[in-house]
Design a protein around this ligand. Structure first.
Ligand code: SF4
Length: 375
């Protein structure tokens, strides 16, 4: 299968448009919407040209920001007469947008060497072994147990093995089988975690879902770039994480100092909410971010504590859209990463549902941090 290639730097990205072209022709579609992630928007016009040249369909670019398959084009495009949505660079998740949707894989060909990451992996496995061995020791005082089994986010999680969990972001997942072999040759016992219904492929992770984690996995290797997924993965699992970037070949690790800084910031926001009486509860309108039941549960919980919660539904969440409401703080039930990654942009505390439960004394921070996962 040949893909449409860019001449620009993303020239090693392969866009598999053939299936889409066939579906457009078979369905005799006249108007389709193209939805492209932020990092590939520069090439959107080139893709539109390719589709309009090869088929008789006209293409509308859904030009709003798009960060995931949680954000599928829905009813507004239907009102515009769009018959089919082509969603690029993310995989199908357990939601129905109400629109026929063709998911288009984007893969990156870069195949980094494993050598640079091996020393980090050896050190992480050693750490995981210590944790595992610590678990079989004779009785410990509570303090000792805390010290020995605490993971990076302060939980006393058990380990049953020290396997290396191999994960990646979607454009690099095709590398996993070859990496699995190479890492096993290098002496690692590798597992490619299988996640829940929100994830399509083995080894896949999303910024809001790391459901493939289990007690057999002692540490992780992430194939991908940036720290968005790594931060979420460590906040969720508490386990050591090495990163290998297929774009640069560079190997790094998620530093515990970084995670500690985030946890300190989260705790600071919880403290800042101690006297809050009025909350805005954000509900995401995007199909895969809408957590109505959770939002209503937060509202009822606030009421039980004599506080007020106002439900605010938004497609996009940003400081300019909410800061002016006369409330003391916000609880976010839309994309979990808005509260974690963007909190500093907001004038008022923006916390997760778990953090509200800690604020109200329903959950205990001392038992470790709970990442806000969308299942
Ligand atoms: S992290 Fe946020 S943007 Fe990404 S898939 Fe999850 S809800 Fe969507």
């Amino acid at each position: 299968m040949t893909g449409v290639r860019s001449d620009m730097d993303l020239n090693r990205h392969d866009f598999q448009l053939e299936e889409l072209m066939t579906r457009i022709k078979d369905g005799d579609h006249r108007l389709i919407a193209l939805q492209v992630p932020e990092g590939l928007k520069m090439q959107a016009l080139e893709m539109m040209d390719a589709i309009e040249t090869d088929t008789s369909a006209k293409v509308v670019l859904a030009a709003d920001p798009c960060y995931g398959a949680c954000d599928l084009v829905h009813d507004k495009m239907q009102m515009m007469g769009v018959e089919l949505v082509a969603h690029m660079g993310h995989s199908q998740m357990n939601i129905d947008s109400g629109m026929p949707t063709q998911f288009i894989d984007v893969t990156y060909e870069g195949d980094p060497e494993i050598q640079p990451v091996l020393p980090i992996l050896h050190a992480h496995r050693e750490g995981a072994r210590k944790r595992l061995e610590g678990g079989s020791d004779a009785p410990l005082t509570e303090e000792e147990a805390q010290e020995r089994f605490l993971d990076a986010v302060g939980r006393t999680a058990a380990l049953t093995d020290v396997k290396l969990g191999l994960v990646g972001s979607i454009q690099h997942l095709h590398l996993l089988p070859a990496f699995c072999e190479r890492l096993e040759e290098a002496g690692f016992d590798v597992t490619v975690p299988l996640g829940g219904a929100r994830l399509t492929f083995p080894g896949q992770v999303l910024g809001c879902n790391y459901s493939g984690d289990d007690n057999n996995i002692g540490h992780y290797l992430f194939l991908g770039s940036g720290d968005f997924h790594p931060i979420g993965l460590v906040l969720h699992t508490g386990k050591p994480l090495a990163m290998l970037d297929p774009y640069t070949g560079e190997a790094t690790e998620m530093s515990l100092q970084r995670i500690e800084r985030i946890l300190r910031q989260r705790f600071g926001l919880i403290m800042a909410c101690q006297d809050a009486k009025r909350y805005g509860i954000l509900i995401g309108e995007k199909p895969g971010q809408m957590r109505r039941t959770l939002a209503l549960r937060m509202k009822r919980m606030l009421e039980r504590h004599g506080k007020k919660g106002y439900l605010l539904a938004l497609e996009h969440v940003g400081p300019e859209l909410i800061d002016f409401y006369p409330v003391d703080a916000f609880v976010n039930t839309a994309c979990p990463r808005i509260a974690i990654d963007d909190a500093v942009k907001y004038a008022k505390p923006l916390i997760t549902p778990f953090e509200l439960e800690v604020t109200l004394g329903e959950k205990d921070w001392g038992e470790g941090y709970r990442f806000d996962e969308i299942p």
